[in-house]
Ligand binder design. Structure first.
Ligand SMILES: O=C(CO)COP(=O)(O)O
Length: 133
């Protein structure tokens, strides 16, 4: 089954997101990707990834992704948050992270945890692709 991943990065973490996605490019190409607006634009333009783009975070994009997640349509969230910069939509950010906890969806909020989650998902996908029918 295709892995459904949400990708979100705050402005100062967007370069990290591009670098991260670049490392997992082949795997991410095999996934169904959703992203907040600006993050998704960069992933599409700079890496050629096919991404369903929601609104930008401050305009409700985190909430849109939270809604998909609540409906069981997201398997994992990579959310590179900037802990040093106040965000106008902090309540939306908290709502998304809370929804991950409520629904037991993995949510990586920094580069180290993102690597751990993506490498594990990549491994699982590779194992499934060679599993006997
Ligand atoms: O603000 C964000 C997440 O809270 C990210 O939104 P953008 O990807 O549109 O910058």
């Amino acid at each position: 089954m295709t892995t459904r991943i949400a990708l979100i990065a705050h402005d100062k973490k967007k370069d990290d997101m591009i670098a991260l996605a670049g490392e997992y490019l082949d795997f991410l190409r095999s996934c169904s990707l959703t992203a907040t607006g600006t993050t998704g634009g960069r992933l599409a333009n700079e890496l050629g990834l096919k991404v369903e783009r929601k609104h930008s975070g401050p305009f409700g994009g985190d909430l849109q992704i939270g809604s998909l997640l609540v409906e069981g349509r997201i398997d994992c969230v990579i959310f590179l948050r900037d802990p040093m910069t106040p965000q106008p939509h902090e309540p939306d950010i908290n709502a998304l992270v809370r929804a991950c906890d409520v629904h037991n969806i993995p949510c990586a909020t920094n580069m180290t945890s993102a690597h751990l989650v993506l490498s594990q998902l990549q491994l699982r996908a590779a194992q499934q692709s060679v599993a006997p029918l």
